[in-house]
Design a protein around this ligand. Structure first.
Ligand SMILES: [Zn+2]
Length: 189
């Protein structure tokens, strides 16, 4: 039994005392076989459709999320979140229960429309489903004026190369094209 005929995953105890050549040093029987008889290789399966899991946007209906009010208010042009009436805590993202006191009796409050860029980066490839044609585009963290909240989102209005830390932006609710709403930021300078 030659080394080249030995199964590639042969158990270690059956190996001779002299170490066998490493996998890299052995001839490549699998490759040689495939070249000799390519018709024996199974056909590659057809490519599946693009996976739903790459969809960037959440499901928004009241039968799908208890935070549907957030999206309803976006449709009214209002970026909002929840506040706990017991301890006054302002949440982001909006919650179904206060993370501090666990009450589910939360209030919806509108957030400021303006803020400033805390940090940003550019999406140059691998964009989420539906955003492939928009590359390159900017995403970043925005500190909203007057509230202790830092939001992540897309930043439109200028090429990413012209954005700057501290630049002013405003919230822009928009329809993503299939009936769902989301928000992004747009530069105001
Ligand atoms: Zn609370």
């Amino acid at each position: 039994m030659s080394a080249t005929a030995r199964p590639r995953r042969s158990p270690v105890p059956s190996e001779p005392a002299t170490p066998a050549p490493s996998r890299e040093e052995r001839p490549a029987p699998a490759a040689a076989t495939s070249e000799a008889a390519p018709s024996q290789r199974p056909a590659a399966p057809p490519r599946p459709p693009r996976p739903f899991l790459l969809d960037f946007f959440p499901l928004e209906g009241s039968d799908q999320t208890r935070l549907s009010r957030f999206f309803e208010r976006l449709r009214e042009g209002r970026l909002s979140t929840t506040r706990c009436p017991r301890d006054g805590e302002l949440h982001w993202p909006p919650r179904v229960a206060c993370p501090t006191c666990h009450t589910e009796e939360l209030s919806w409050v509108d957030l400021p429309e303006h803020g400033r860029i805390y940090a940003f980066s550019a999406v140059l490839g691998g964009a989420p489903l539906g955003l492939e044609a928009d590359v390159p585009f900017a995403v970043g963290l925005v500190d909203l004026d007057g509230v202790p909240l830092r939001l992540f989102g897309r930043i439109d209005g200028k090429p990413w190369t012209e954005l700057r830390i501290g630049g002013a932006v405003r919230v822009e609710p928009y329809d993503v094209g299939d009936g769902r709403m989301f928000y992004r930021f747009r530069t105001v300078e």
